[in-house]
Design a protein around this ligand. Sequence first.
Ligand SMILES: Nc1nc2c(ncn2[C@@H]2O[C@H](COP(=O)(O)OP(=O)(O)OP(=O)(O)O)[C@@H](O)[C@H]2O)c(=O)[nH]1
Ligand SMILES: [Mg+2]
Length: 503
Amino acid sequence: MNQENNIDSLRAEFSGLVEKYFTPVALRYGYSDVPLETNIKWRPLVLMLGNYSSGKSTLINELLGGEVQATGQAPTDDSFTVITWGDAENGTDTVHVVEERDGKFLLNDPEYPFEGLKKYGQRFASHLRLKKVNSPFLQNLALIDTPGMLDSITERDRGYSYQNAVGELARIADLILILFDPHKAGTVRETYTSIRDTLPAHTFEDRILFVLNRIDECASLTDLLQVYGTLCWNLSQSTGRKDIPVIHLTYSPKARTAGHLANGSKQDMRYLELIENQQENLKKAILQAPHHRLDNLATFIETHGERLTHMTEALFNYRRQWRKFAIKFAFLGLLSSLVVSAGATFGISTYLGIPDPIILASAGGGAALVIFFTWMTFLKKKFVTRFLARQLKNPDKLTSLDNQARMDSWNSVKDIVLTYLKKTGGVYSLGDVEYDYFSVKKVFERGTREIREVLNELTAVRHDDPHSKEDKDDMDSRDLPYNPGPRFIKIPTKLQDEEVSGN
Ligand SMILES: Nc1nc2c(ncn2[C@@H]2O[C@H](COP(=O)(O)OP(=O)(O)OP(=O)(O)O)[C@@H](O)[C@H]2O)c(=O)[nH]1
Ligand SMILES: [Mg+2]
């Protein structure tokens, strides 16, 4: 089995785990409207963002080895284009668009992970399309070319929320490239912020590659250094960090200037001899997207596992507290009916002077029954409502919030718990919710640990092996010294067979 196959089978295992254990629970309690695996089952995704004319489409064409995307000065392309692999029918090697589909198709076909973007409406759908291209670069990943970022005033004219759509795509992307060019090295703050806000904090930085493109258009080395400095300053302002992220310095060998800038002034091009065009490095980094996908999947499972556990725990606690309350309530009802029954018997025998024990017993029993029935029906209904209202007022009492992680996960599921309690009136099966709680908890606690172990092994193999050069194609033909598949199958089997019975 080669490495790509290993990654593929791990991907399938992770996705299967989500489908089997998380999705049913997520759908049942309103945690998600669509199966959770919808976003993760497709190919690894690379999202290209940047200012207009920063060279996104030119770079994509160079990666693919063909003229797939339109390029040009000034805002050229106002569409989101998903570019994925497609076989050429006539078997030709010339890279070209084999098939093109519109946004409606892409948003509605369950094969693709874009269902969540439907909410951006018709205007967005008409700015989305799919291209299938026969480029070998697309064998293990798909790219998304995006409309260039504009200034905030023009941004309003798009007819859909660009920031939100980009945020949504960033969430499902495994790798995000943000391209700058020397002319506009500091205008991406808003989009950067919206991406940062949508991604889990600890994965955010690993997922982003910063690129300063079109560096051939600087007037001199001094000019380049100034542009680089400005970009670093702007990035540190956006990220809130003092250290500078790696910035790939690139230019398109095909589009590079011939020594004159657009305004006619002559360039001192000697700096390009000193600075390596990092386009090749960037290409290799993009080809690592499938590895990022595994990491992102692990994070996905950890994040949703933690939240689903917390959600079901709160719902389980609610039902448990309710059961305690119901037992006390029934006991009190019984006691009251006995007292009333004794009172009735006493009253009848003392004040009415009826000594007949049969009459006395029937009167007492009848009174007890009426009281108990009233207690357990009308009164109980009232108390259920009051009990629910009390819990809804103080939802934090449904769970323990002893650390920041617990508070964070609770904040992301609290509303879902409240909505479910309101919807059901707090009446649902304690046994079912208990089962769901223990099953997601086990997968979360044990599954995520094993997943991380396997990923660490995979990373160690990639780094330790002296033959392991990331740029070497023949790496793919080696077997890895472990067989990850069965380890993941073990988790569900164990779960089902021995332990998830509400312990
Ligand atoms: N000199 C130079 N020109 C470049 C480079 N990359 C792209 N260009 C040119 O810059 C212009 C814009 O490139 P595009 O690839 O269309 O840019 P884009 O980011 O896709 O732009 P939008 O789709 O409008 O957002 C084109 O005329 C390209 O030929 C580069 O590295 N050096
Ligand atoms: Mg473009």
